[in-house]
Design a protein around this ligand. Structure first.
Ligand code: FE2
Ligand code: FE2
Length: 260
């Protein structure tokens, strides 16, 4: 008989998390998220379908795609020829503009992110077919940061990428189809590569970040963790409700679909 696996001991990461826990949450970004977030609808495994989950993911991908494409191209994905119609309420995207980016690595990172998120929108819309929801109204300036300079761009990119990773991870156990789960795993891996790159740039450029919620694990210089992992070195996951609490400020008329 094999030995019972030992519970992981509290290592340096736990110590760092405890240290982070002492940071004042009433910071600019933390306060903004807390103040603007509203109570989300209840989601449970019994009544949520794969279509519901994919449409929830599509709302998040619309948000990421609009953010990066405004930052890189000064345009939203609709203006770039991507279909954004569907069920629910269509809306304009406000608050985005081209960011003055400098340096080959940073510029190429932003360009590739813009391409990837646009492609994720197209992929999910293709998977959903006639069930795809429309791009809802989005306010990219909900927190008052994101586009004035590289530091703001990295701050908001970090928030979106870490939220994206945790959203796919949190939704995975709710997915019924193995095909959908397999694709979701690959999108999650893509988001994790995005997050890893952005978290490194945040550290290299010295961007101060604030906790999005009590689960958030901050990269340097505000925190000590290059990777957004828990004490078992597993990716942080968030339930749809926890994700909604973070992203709702960016959707002034709410998300489209059943998870909102
Ligand atoms: Fe994405
Ligand atoms: Fe991403």
């Amino acid at each position: 008989m094999r030995d019972e696996p030992k519970a992981p001991t509290a290592g340096p990461r736990a110590t760092r998390k405890q240290a982070l826990g002492t940071l004042a949450v009433g910071t600019v970004l933390g306060t903004a998220f807390a103040a603007l977030g509203t109570k989300p609808a209840i989601v449970n495994a019994q009544n949520v379908t794969d279509t519901d989950i994919l449409n929830f993911a599509l709302n998040l991908e619309y948000l990421e795609a609009e953010f990066y494409n405004y930052a890189v191209n000064g345009k939203g994905i609709g203006e770039l020829g991507v279909a954004v119609g569907g069920s629910g309420s269509s809306g304009q995207t406000a608050g985005g503009k081209k960011v003055s980016l400098s340096g080959k690595l940073v510029t190429e990172t932003a360009q590739q992110l813009a391409h990837d998120e646009l492609t994720h929108v197209q992929l999910l819309r293709q998977a959903l077919g006639k069930d795809a929801v429309a791009k809802p109204a989005i306010n990219l300036a909900a927190l008052g940061v994101g586009f004035d300079n590289l530091m703001q761009f990295l701050l908001l990119a970090r928030a979106f990428e870490d939220t994206g990773v945790s959203a796919y991870g949190g939704a995975a156990p709710l997915i019924q189809s193995k095909d959908v789960l397999g694709t979701a795993a690959r999108i999650l891996a893509a988001e994790a590569e995005h997050a890893g790159n952005i978290r490194l740039l945040v550290g290299l450029k010295g961007v101060q970040t604030k906790p999005l919620d009590s689960k958030d694990v901050l990269p340097p210089p505000s925190g000590n963790n290059l990777f957004s992992l828990d004490d078992n070195a597993l990716a942080i996951v968030r339930t749809p409700q926890e994700v909604l609490a973070i992203v709702k400020p960016f959707f002034p008329n709410g998300l489209n679909g059943t998870i909102k």
